[in-house]
Design a protein around this ligand. Structure first.
Ligand code: NAP
Length: 316
């Protein structure tokens, strides 16, 4: 917790989109007493009802413009493709001095879609918690999701420093480690650490599903051979991931180009029986796994974190 700010950090926090990420933030903010009033808005009636039943906020609204009225911090937690319409709708209702932030997995697109709709005197501090699961909706959230996970903030040059500090303090208070990054660099880093891995998972599961020589029951029966780990990632929300690829096209294509070249080199090594090439790569990659575990970003448990206590997570 940043000592500069006393709890609660905000009088009114508005969360637009009460799905996995929004509801996890609501739970964590409530648990840590970070806002006097949490206002929630969601376009999905069933999700609004669940938010009420789970008591995720102090007020639940159908109209996002009502939720953001008088809010000090507005967090957009909707799919990337919905940001522009939500920002256009709430823009006029934002109070002077309000901070607008978000949780979207691509940052250049958020700035492109949200900034034009914000009135003067409103501060945009885009953010991305690098934490998540393959589940969606308000019931999927949990207060500890962000603990010991990175949250990357990508404010543009000239953004009000105090607004940035307040968003930073908010994420730190719910357990995140916070880093400031250029939006373009963020999109490149996440393309290789998150977006391309998801694409590979979607592709390999799709390929297995299309096979004619191996039956579906065999794919399921022998999935523990490696395939199973890909299926968890490939079960991630289709809307969210469609929007990620539509909104981080340039960086994903750049990383996919590199990936394809390396894959062809491996194909060649297999064809020509170059065992040393394979062995050297597999040794290098094993060390990377070790480094991720040592950094506390994964568990070395033999169930790969699948037990309910260790909630498997993806980093979107
Ligand atoms: P989610 O569980 O599907 O929640 C999104 C919520 O927003 C849903 O209730 C959705 O309703 C609602 N919504 C959609 N359009 C809306 C609109 N125009 N106005 C108000 N509400 C709207 O998704 P999520 O996983 O929390 O992801 C939200 C954001 O977090 C995305 O931008 C994603 O890139 C980012 N993120 C996700 C993860 C992850 O692992 N899931 C990690 C980090 C960041 P419907 O269900 O009816 O569409």
């Amino acid at each position: 917790m940043n000592a500069v700010f006393n709890r609660p950090l905000f009088d009114r926090l508005a969360i637009i989109g009460i799905g996995l990420i929004g509801s996890s933030i609501a739970r964590a903010a409530r648990e840590h007493g970070l806002a006097k009033h949490i206002a929630i808005a969601d376009a999905n009636e069933a999700h609004r009802r669940q938010a009420q039943e789970l008591q995720l906020g102090d007020s639940v609204h159908t109209d996002a413009a009502e939720a953001v009225k008088d809010a000090d911090l507005v967090l957009l937690c909707v799919p990337l493709g919905a940001n522009a319409a939500v920002a256009a709708h709430i823009g006029a209702a934002l109070k002077k001095g309000a901070i607008v932030s978000d949780v979207g997995s691509c940052k250049q697109a958020v700035i492109r879609d949200v900034a034009p709709h914000l009135p003067p005197g409103v501060h945009l501090v885009p953010g991305h918690p690098v934490a998540g699961t393959e589940h969606s909706g308000p019931k999927a959230g949990f207060a500890t999701l962000f603990q010991n996970r990175w949250c990357i903030l990508t404010p543009e040059a000239g953004t009000d420093a105090r607004a940035v500090e307040k968003v930073k303090a908010f994420w730190a208070a719910i357990g995140s480690k916070v880093e400031i990054m250029e939006p373009r660099h963020h999109d490149l880093v996440l393309a290789i650490t998150s977006h391309v891995p998801h694409l590979i998972a979607y592709n390999i599961v799709g390929t297995a599903d299309d096979l004619e020589t191996v039956t579906e029951s065999e794919v399921i029966k022998y999935s523990a051979g490696g395939f199973r780990d890909f299926t968890r990632i490939a079960a991630s929300d289709p809307t969210m991931w469609r929007d990620v690829f539509l909104n981080n096209k340039e960086a994903v294509l750049e990383m996919l180009g590199r990936f394809t070249e390396d894959l062809i080199a491996l194909q060649r090594a297999i064809r020509w029986g170059e065992g040393d090439t394979l062995f050297d790569l597999f040794t290098r990659t094993r060390a990377i796994r070790r480094a991720i575990i040592d950094a506390g970003q994964e568990t070395a448990a033999p169930d790969f974190g699948r037990s309910p206590a260790a909630k498997g997570d993806t980093q979107a």
